[in-house]
Ligand binder design. Structure first.
Ligand code: G3P
Ligand code: CA
Length: 251
């Protein structure tokens, strides 16, 4: 008989694969996103920067130096130039030939019921805003993607341009009342993305009671993952989706 894993797709917390499964595959590549899903993630986090010709490039750093065989600032390279780079070999030879994906490539490859948390690393511009909106509309992800950034001003401007966007505040800080951050931002906020050590179970309950989703980053150690599950977070951002899945399956 087939032994089926429990279906965790609609349970709390969401298993949010950080840059895919960045602990086990080259971050922010299709291989990493696919591995995250294979390991049980039901949501993905990724980072975007803007190329010289306005394409949305899935890459954490402002340069391609650390994660590819090329060099240079993303905003000074074209999508074609970035598309030629090897984004896998630095992590391991078995990943040689992996490419730096466009956001469009990820949206096309990942099933629509997987929540994608797009973290904006580049500065706001009307061109960025228009391209992000275009892709979210074209791939039917306006209602399901969450756009986050440490730059709350960037989120504010994006949301002014397109009020339906779901936005999430990224931050570090031990605040007395985390949900006040959402109020002070001057916009409707979907989610809080705190550094994971700055919230305890009471903080989480308080924010959730205000209608906020809470997605802490980035929790990797099994004991910390266990603690985060007990704290009641809405989703957990991890480089190791398999570890979180195992904890959720055995609880
Ligand atoms: O989105 C959560 C987390 O990814 C933020 O930090 O540096 O890993 O992008 P960083
Ligand atoms: Ca990120």
């Amino acid at each position: 008989d087939l032994i089926k894993s429990p279906d965790l797709s609609h349970t709390t917390p969401l298993i949010i694969g950080h840059r895919g499964a960045a602990g086990e595959a080259p971050e922010n590549t299709l291989a990493s996103f696919q591995l995250a899903l294979t390991h049980g993630a039901n949501a993905l986090e990724l980072d975007i920067n803007e190329s010289a010709d306005g394409a949305l490039i899935v890459c954490h750093d402002h340069t391609v130096d650390r994660t590819t065989d090329g060099s240079g600032y993303i905003h000074q390279l074209t999508a074609l130039e970035i598309g030629r780079l090897d984004a896998g070999s630095w992590f391991g030879e078995s990943f040689a030939g992996e490419r730096v994906p466009l956001l469009a490539d990820v949206f096309a490859a990942i099933p629509a019921d997987i929540m994608i948390n797009v973290e904006v690393k580049c500065a706001y511009s009307p061109r960025l805003s228009a391209e992000l909106q275009r892709l979210l509309s074209e791939f039917g992800r306006l209602d399901t993607a969450v756009i986050s950034s440490f730059s709350h001003k960037t989120l504010y401007r994006l949301k002014q341009d397109r009020p339906e966007l779901r936005v999430g505040l990224l931050y570090v800080g031990d605040f007395i009342d985390h949900s006040r951050l959402a109020e002070l931002s001057g916009m409707e906020v979907y989610s809080l993305h705190p550094y994971y050590l700055s919230m305890d179970a009471d903080d989480v309950a308080q924010a959730v009671s205000q209608g906020l989703q809470v997605y802490p980053y980035t929790i990797n150690e099994p004991e910390q993952l266990q603690r985060a599950v007990e704290a009641g977070f809405s989703g957990i951002i991890t480089d190791y989706p398999a570890r979180l899945r195992e904890i959720l399956e055995t609880r």
